[in-house]
Design a protein around this ligand. Sequence first.
Ligand SMILES: Cc1ncc(COP(=O)(O)O)c(C=O)c1O
Ligand SMILES: N[C@@H](CCOP(=O)(O)O)C(=O)O
Length: 551
Amino acid sequence: MSNGVPTNGDSAETHTASQRYLSTRGEDTGFSFEEVVLKGLANDGGLYIPEQVPTAEGWETWKDLSFVDLAFNILSLYISPAEIPADDLKDIIRRSYATFRADDVTPLVHLQDNIHLLELFHGPTFAFKDVALQFLGNLFEYFLVRRNEGKTGRDRYHLTVVGATSGDTGSAAIYGLRGKKDVSVFMLHPKGRVSPIQELQMTTVLDPNVHNLAVEGNFDNCQDIVKALFADPEINKTHKLGAVNSINWARILAQTVYYFYSYFTLARQQGDSFTVGDKVRFAVPSGNFGDILAGYFAFRMGLPVDKLVIATNENDILDRFWKTGRYEKKPTYGQAAQGGLPADGVKAHEDGVKETLSPAMDILVSSNFERLLWFLAYEFASDAGMDDEWNKRQAGQEVAAWLGDLKTKGGFGPVYRGVLDAARRTFESERVSDPQTIDTIRSVYQAVGYVLDPHTAVGVEAARHQEQQNKPQSTLPIISLSTAHPAKFAGAVTLALQDEPGFEFDAKVLPAEFVGLEQREKRVRDVENAWTAVREVVRKEVEVELASKEY
Ligand SMILES: Cc1ncc(COP(=O)(O)O)c(C=O)c1O
Ligand SMILES: N[C@@H](CCOP(=O)(O)O)C(=O)O
């Protein structure tokens, strides 16, 4: 079904295949970038992906570009100038990264041996989410200003953003959208399950368009409520829902930039011992699979990636998939996957999400895994020798069936051997326990004096294990993504370092921006773990907000 690319009166010929989008469940195709950004989730429940992953022609020549110029080159491959003219796109990107404390936006620092840390926490809320959400906030604003030109009052297009957070997306989205015209933002967090600083970062923002909702439940309950709202035709029609979670394609797209940028930074830092064209590994602390999926796109675009290493905490659905070929909320260990794969020997944990020291990754089901599944299914279907339309249809049907089973039976798999083999060609997985996380924070501090946040520690431990395991490739540099500032997770950091001589959290870790947060006024509303109850709250609070506006 074509939904009419693009929305602003230009002809479809102005869009390349990588600038048109389809749903992973196969029913919805032909969307423009603007449509997928404003809609978030497809009508059939799928996630948007580009019809084709573009090759980054001449990427090797981008080595010395600034972050902003590099971002422009990459993003232009996915956004037609007929939708956002080049100068406007450049301006959006420039403004998005002007809010970062580091001149080079995402610095790369050498940690130990072959491991380099990609510091992604220099944005306003001290977590990697800022890289995408500063950009997404400005994109929403750009599209809304254009849509609302000459309109007044209730005729204006008012976007109602609803998002779920285990701590970091919430504040990053709020900082990306606070005070923006024609947008209300509702962030659902699991009550009492985010770190105290994360909670304060969200609830101390008092702009009238920001609404914090504390849900009695876990992160997956929050994510399910958001998905249920997107599936409800009524609220979508009346309130024009928008997404800030990584179900929104723009989140993934913005994150591909730092894979390229860190690769080039490494090449500049290493001089003769690393030339553009050499391979690297990336280790990525993973939960919803958005961050590492951006790495997959970078790889598909031509970046020389040896392997993408998925690092999970004890909520290990992804690790179990790579080991068994089954994607299951509740593990059924001991059953070998198709083709006689070994069981992984990991102990089953309690039914549901485990609360760990890396709470932002306490996720049972990783929403972006669906996007990877589509590409794996597409690759598998392509072996049948049919035409591209057939391959795409087949991939969509396969994904819809898998996701259907996940919903009704709690899991699916084992997947076809060819699908699993394709997954293993590009990715490896590691599961890191809480004690290992603490040991890693401590041993890195003792060795080099660097303080890791617990999520970053999960990635670093995975990288170190990879270094030990992959002897022949162990000379390859590993870029380990540092996804948050350690000050956001005082509990875990203090647990690991309290006995270290001279270590003082406030002096060594706490940034000035966090001092005094707890004394500020807060606004948050408790809500039931029920999507219909949340829908009522959204309706009422948007009404109050709109009634107070004069434009
Ligand atoms: C600090 C931190 N690290 C890692 C992750 C996992 O990233 P993703 O959900 O994209 O896999 C998150 C949450 O998304 C996070 O907040
Ligand atoms: N870890 C996230 C969970 C939401 O993930 P998202 O990347 O899909 O927004 C968080 O910190 O909120």
